[in-house]
Design a protein around this ligand. Structure first.
Ligand code: HPA
Length: 245
């Protein structure tokens, strides 16, 4: 069984045949919403809307620890994150699907580890390759089988939000090596690693990042919604394929 954490544009998975919902409690509080257990193209999956089912939880207030803990406790074997991003690299254009392979973390003040209890031992995880390579490959292969074009590899920059970036901030991220920018990739990926849950992401480019291409004078929200809606149809297609072994 694998889990799907859906972000903006994917608060519901209409293709999921829902079997039951479970309100989970964890030592870290409540997850963003009920875990939805069901079948996708015949296989068992658990779905969780990262921002809540009414899309009300801002990126820095998502209880990432409770979300990851609840999924692990539910017995999932891996997690696929779906998250929208702004494109910095020219080919990361609105509508593109990307399976990132690296992360730069600019977030702050988020509960970012399970290993900080008063009596907990100091533990460090290896995070050289933040995404599970086997899962990345599988997503890429299944996407190709499904006939969906997906970009293999990008450096994901996680920013604090909820505001979008300034053009100068995007210039800095680009100098740092970032290809796409989003607000929720961290600490989610690191927490999954702490619990030894294989984790990979599908990024959906909603807009060019601030000061780039069509966002030169600003990011246009009307277009963003439309691009996301269309791209999420393709993401659903990839997720359904992922179910078929
Ligand atoms: N910046 C940060 N996060 C985002 C963006 C962006 O431009 N677009 C979608 N998520």
């Amino acid at each position: 069984m694998f889990a799907i954490i859906g972000g903006s544009g994917l608060t519901q998975l209409s293709t999921l045949e829902v079997e039951r919902r479970e309100v989970a409690r964890t030592p870290y509080g409540e997850p963003s919403g009920a875990l939805i257990f069901g079948r996708l193209a015949g296989c068992e999956v658990v779905f969780l809307a990262r921002h809540g089912y009414g899309h009300t939880i801002v990126p820095h207030r998502v209880n990432y620890r409770a979300n990851i803990w609840a999924l692990k406790a539910a017995g999932v074997g891996s997690v696929v994150s779906v998250a929208s991003v702004g494109g910095i690299r020219p080919d990361c254009a609105p509508g593109a699907l990307i399976v990132p392979d690296q992360i730069l973390d600019y977030t702050w003040g988020r509960a970012h580890t399970f290993f900080d209890g008063a009596d907990a031992l100091v533990r460090h995880i290896d995070f050289t390759h933040p995404y599970d390579e086997g899962m990345r490959r599988r997503i890429l292969d299944k996407a190709r089988e499904a006939g969906e074009e997906v970009i293999d590899g990008a450096v994901y920059a996680a920013t604090q939000g909820p505001r979008l970036e300034t053009a100068a901030e995007i210039d800095r991220l680009e100098r740092d090596g970032a290809d796409v920018v989003g607000m929720t990739g961290m600490p989610e990926a690191a927490l999954a690693r702490e619990l030894e849950l294989p984790y990979a992401a599908i990024n959906v480019v909603a807009n060019y990042a601030a000061g780039r291409e069509t966002s030169m004078q600003g990011v246009h929200f009307e277009q963003l919604e439309q691009v996301l809606q269309e791209a999420m149809l393709r993401v659903r297609n990839v997720l359904a394929r992922l179910c078929q072994s």
